[in-house]
Ligand binder design. Structure first.
Ligand code: ADP
Ligand code: ZN
Ligand code: ZN
Length: 723
C-alpha cells in the first residue's frame, strides 16, 4: 500500500501549511490529526490529502494519530476560515483553531458522554391540570420539572418518569434541551397577531430565495424578535437550521427562553463562553450533525458547521462586541454576511440603531430595508426623553433634583427606576485636594479606579491594584478626595436619598460569580428591587415589565473625544438604555444628565430620528474620508521601549507599495499610550476602496512578517473599530 500525505494547518503563528505522511488508515479534509511539531505534539486540521508531499521543504514526519472524535469540518466551513485568514491576514491554522471547540484543539481525544437531556415545563400549571389529581407519582415527577432535571434525576425519582415526560413532550407540554433551563426563564405567551409592518418583514424574509441581505430597522420594543421567530418557524418547518448571532452572552439565556417556549420540540444549541468546554462541544456537535434546529450563539458561533443552513439572523448588528478584539480580529457580522452569500441563504441584520456600514448598504440598496416604526405592544409608546443640564449641580450629589423627583414618581406608582452609569467602582479618580495629584496606574497611562467596598485602587485596563493610600505621596496631604461617580458610589447616594427603596447594583463586580447575574435579573423581574444601578450590562436587550424611569449619568463625555464613532455609539447606547423604559404600556420617562446640552447630537436624539443622524454622519464621513466612506486597517505595535516600537513601525510602513488611492500614515501614539507596561503606537492604512487596501496588505504583509521584531508585539487590525 502506498503512503498518502496530508497538508495540515496547525495552531502556530506561521502563514504556511505542513505536510505529514499518513502510513495507515485514512482521513478526510476537515478532520483533525495529531502530529509531531518539533519536540511537541499538536492537533491540526487536514486541508488536503495528496499523493506526494508536494514542495514541502522540511523532513516529512508521520501523522501520530487520527482521533476521529470531531466530524470533518465541511468544505463550506473550511472555505469560510480560508476567507477569514485571507481577509484579516491571519494564519489559517490559528483561524481554524479558534473556529472549533476547545476540546478539539488539544491532543487528548474527546469522549462524548452519553448525551443527557434536560426537561422543563414552560407552563407547569397547565401540565399539572392535564394530570389526574390522583396520579400522585406523575404529579411529583411533573413538579420536579421546575428545576429542569436531567434524565438520571428523573429515573431516580420513578422508573417510569422518563416515559411520562416523553409523552408530555409529545403533547407539547414539556420541552427538552441540552442544558438545564430554569422554568422561570421560559416566557410563555401566546403567539401575538403580527402588525402590518411585522407581517411585511416576515413575508419578505420568507419569500427570499438564495442570498439576500435584509436590514430589520425597528425601534426598541417594535417586535423584531417576533419577526425572527416567524422567520425561524418557516425554516424549521422546511427542515432547515437557523444560525442566530447575539452580541452578548448575557442576552442568550433570555432569547433562548423565548425560542424554547415557541419551539418546544426543537433542539436549540447555544454556544457562548458561559458554557463549560464539554457542554459547548456537545452543542457544537448537535449543530454539526443537523440535530439542532436553532444554533444560538455569540460571535464565535459564526464558524459552526450548520449542514442544513437556511437563514442567518444577526441581532443587534451594530454592537461592537461582534468584532473580536484579540487574535484574529474578525467581525462576526461581516463574516456572517459573507457566509450567507456563499451558502446562498438570506441573512437579516436587526437593530434600532444600525451601524453606519450597514446603513450605507441599505441606502445603496445592497440590503433590503425593512422598517418597524411603532412599538409592538398596544399603547406602549416610546418613552419621552429630557435633558438635565448638570453644570450647576454639586457633583457630590450625583443626581439632579429633577431626576430624584422622577425616580420618586416611578416608585410611588409601584414601578422601577434604572440609573445607568457606565463606570463600575466607587469613583474614577482619587485626587489630592492640595496639590492635584491623582492616583495612576504604574503600568498604564490611566487613572486607578477607587473601589471603596474592597478598599482598593484598581486599574481597569491591566488589572493592577493596590491598597488605598491614606496620604498624598507627592505632598503628604491627608485630605484625598473621590472625584466623579461609579456604580458603587451611586448605590450609596441613592440608598441614602431613598431610604425606603430596595437598591440593586448590577455591574461586573457584583456579578463576577456564576449565577449572580441570573439571580439579580430574576430579582428585577419579580419586583424585588425598586432602583437598579447598573452599567452596559443592564442597557441591552432586557425586557423589564415594571421599569418606567431611566436616568443616565455621565454618558456623553465621549462626545468630544478623538473617536469619530463617538456619536454613532452614544446614540446606540442611549437608545438602548432609554428603550428599557415603559416597554409594557405604562409610560416611560428618560432623563439624561449632561454637560453638553447644546450639542447638535441631542436634537436628533430627542427626535428619535436615527435615519437623520445616520444621514448627517455618513455625509461627514464622506467629507472627512472616514469609514465607511474609505477602508481602513491599523497596524498596532507595542514594546517596553517606545523607540523600538517607532523603529519597527517605520520599517513596516516602508513595506507598503505606492498605490493610487492608498495613504499609509506616520506612526503615532495609540490613544492609550501605555498599557500593562507596554508603549503603544500604530500606523493607519487608509484606502479609497477595499480592493486597494487588500492589494496593499497582500504586498506588504509578507515583508512585515519577515522584519526583525524582537520584544515587539504587533498585530494587524482590518476594519478596526477602535482608533
Ligand atoms: P424588539 O426585539 O424589537 O425589542 P420584541 O420582539 O422583544 O421587540 O417585542 C417587544 C414586546 O412586544 C414583547 O413583549 C413581545 O412579546 C411583544 N410583541 C411583539 N410583537 C407583537 C405583536 N404583534 N402584538 C403584540 N405584542 C407583540
Ligand atoms: Zn498632594
Ligand atoms: Zn494598568
Amino acid at each position: 500500500m502506498t503512503d498518502s500525505f496530508v497538508q495540515v494547518a496547525l495552531d502556530v503563528p506561521l502563514h504556511r501549511e505542513f505536510a505529514y505522511r499518513l502510513s495507515t488508515g485514512s482521513v478526510r479534509p476537515g478532520e483533525r490529526v495529531l502530529v509531531p511539531f518539533g519536540p511537541r505534539r499538536l492537533s491540526g486540521i487536514v486541508l488536503a490529502v495528496t499523493a506526494d508531499a508536494g514542495d514541502f521543504a522540511g523532513k516529512v514526519r508521520d501523522v501520530l494519530a487520527v482521533p476521529g472524535d470531531m466530524p470533518a469540518l465541511p468544505a463550506e466551513v473550511l472555505a469560510l476560515c480560508r476567507f477569514v485568514a485571507d481577509y484579516y491576514h491571519h494564519p489559517l491554522g490559528e483561524v481554524l483553531a479558534a473556529a472549533i471547540p476547545v476540546v478539539f484543539r488539544g491532543t487528548a481525544a474527546f469522549v462524548a458522554p452519553e448525551p443527557d437531556c434536560h426537561f422543563s415545563a414552560p407552563d407547569l400549571p397547565a401540565l399539572l391540570a392535564s394530570l389526574s389529581p390522583r396520579a400522585h407519582a406523575q404529579r411529583a415527577v411533573a413538579e420536579l420539572l421546575a428545576g429542569s432535571p436531567g434524565q438520571a434525576e428523573l429515573r431516580a425519582r420513578h422508573p417510569q418518569a422518563l416515559r411520562w415526560v416523553r409523552t408530555w413532550q409529545a403533547a407539547g407540554l414539556v420541552t427538552a434541551s441540552l442544558t438545564p433551563v430554569p422554568a422561570a426563564s421560559l416566557l410563555v405567551g401566546a403567539q401575538p397577531e403580527l402588525n402590518d409592518e411585522q407581517q411585511q418583514a416576515v413575508t419578505a424574509l420568507c419569500d427570499a430565495r438564495g442570498f439576500a441581505a435584509f436590514l430589520l430597522f425597528g425601534i426598541t420594543g417594535s417586535g423584531k424578535t417576533e419577526v425572527y421567530l416567524r422567520a425561524i418557524a418557516a425554516q424549521l418547518a422546511a427542515g432547515r437550521q437557523v444560525l442566530v448571532l447575539v452580541p452578548e452572552i448575557n442576552l442568550t439565556p433570555q432569547l433562548e427562553g423565548r425560542f424554547r417556549a415557541r419551539f418546544p420540540a426543537t433542539t436549540i444549541a447555544s454556544l457562548h463562553s458561559g458554557l463549560s468546554d464539554r457542554q459547548r462541544a456537545l452543542n457544537w456537535l448537535a449543530a454539526a450533525n443537523g440535530e439542532a434546529g436553532i444554533v444560538l450563539g455569540t460571535r464565535l458561533s459564526v464558524f459552526t458547521p450548520v449542514p442544513q443552513l437556511g437563514l442567518i439572523i444577526i441581532d443587534e448588528e451594530h454592537d461592537p462586541s461582534y468584532k473580536q478584539q484579540e487574535g484574529v480580529r474578525y467581525s462576526a457580522r461581516d463574516v456572517a454576511v459573507y457566509r450567507a452569500r456563499k451558502a446562498g441563504v438570506p441573512v437579516v441584520l436587526g437593530s434600532a440603531t444600525p451601524s453606519l456600514e450597514t446603513w450605507q448598504n441599505a441606502v445603496t440598496r445592497r440590503y433590503t430595508l425593512l422598517t418597524l416604526r411603532r412599538r409592538a405592544i398596544a399603547g406602549a409608546g416610546l418613552p419621552s426623553i429630557r435633558l438635565l443640564p448638570v453644570k450647576k449641580i454639586r457633583s457630590a450629589d450625583g443626581l439632579h433634583p429633577l431626576a430624584q423627583e422622577a425616580i420618586q414618581r416611578a416608585l410611588s406608582a409601584g414601578q422601577q427606576a434604572l440609573i445607568f452609569i457606565n463606570r463600575r467602582g466607587y469613583a474614577p479618580v482619587l485626587a489630592c485636594t492640595e496639590c492635584g495629584w491623582m492616583a495612576s496606574c504604574r503600568h498604564c497611562a490611566a487613572r486607578l479606579v477607587l473601589h471603596l467596598n474592597e478598599r482598593r485602587l484598581r486599574c481597569h485596563h491591566c488589572g493592577y491594584e493596590e491598597a488605598i493610600t491614606p496620604v498624598c505621596p507627592d505632598c503628604g496631604n491627608h485630605d484625598l478626595q473621590a472625584v466623579g461617580h461609579g456604580t458603587q458610589r451611586l448605590e450609596d447616594i441613592v440608598a441614602s436619598q431613598f431610604p425606603q427603596a430596595r437598591v440593586l447594583r448590577i455591574d461586573r463586580d457584583s456579578t463576577r460569580r456564576k449565577g449572580e447575574l441570573d439571580a439579580a435579573l430574576q430579582q428585577v423581574h419579580e419586583g424585588e428591587a425598586d432602583i437598579l444601578v447598573g452599567t452596559q450590562m443592564l442597557a441591552k436587550g432586557h425586557d423589564f415589565a415594571r421599569l418606567s424611569c431611566v436616568v443616565v449619568l455621565n454618558a456623553d463625555t465621549s462626545l468630544y473625544s478623538m473617536d469619530f464613532r463617538a456619536e454613532e455609539r452614544l446614540f446606540a447606547l442611549l437608545t438602548q438604555v432609554a428603550g428599557r423604559a415603559g416597554r409594557h404600556g405604562q409610560g416611560g420617562e428618560v432623563l439624561i444628565q449632561t454637560l453638553f446640552e447644546d450639542h447638535p447630537f441631542y436634537a436628533q436624539l430627542l427626535d428619535g430620528d436615527y435615519a437623520r443622524l445616520a444621514q448627517r454622519l455618513l455625509a461627514e464621513r464622506q467629507q472627512l474620508r472616514l469609514p465607511p466612506a474609505v477602508a481602513w486597517a491599523m497596524l498596532r505595535a507595542e514594546a517596553p521601549q517606545a523607540e523600538r516600537v517607532a523603529a519597527f513601525l517605520a520599517a513596516a510602513r516602508a513595506c507598503f507599495p505606492l498605490l493610487r488611492g492608498l495613504t499609509v500614515h506616520e506612526p503615532v501614539a495609540a490613544s492609550m499610550t501605555r498599557r500593562a507596561g507596554q508603549e503603544r503606537m500604530q500606523v493607519l492604512i487608509a484606502a479609497d476602496t477595499r480592493a486597494v487596501l487588500h492589494a496593499a496588505l497582500h504586498a506588504a504583509m509578507p515583508q512585515i512578517d519577515a522584519l526583525p521584531a524582537s520584544q515587539i508585539r504587533w498585530i494587524l487590525d482590518v476594519d478596526p473599530l477602535e482608533v
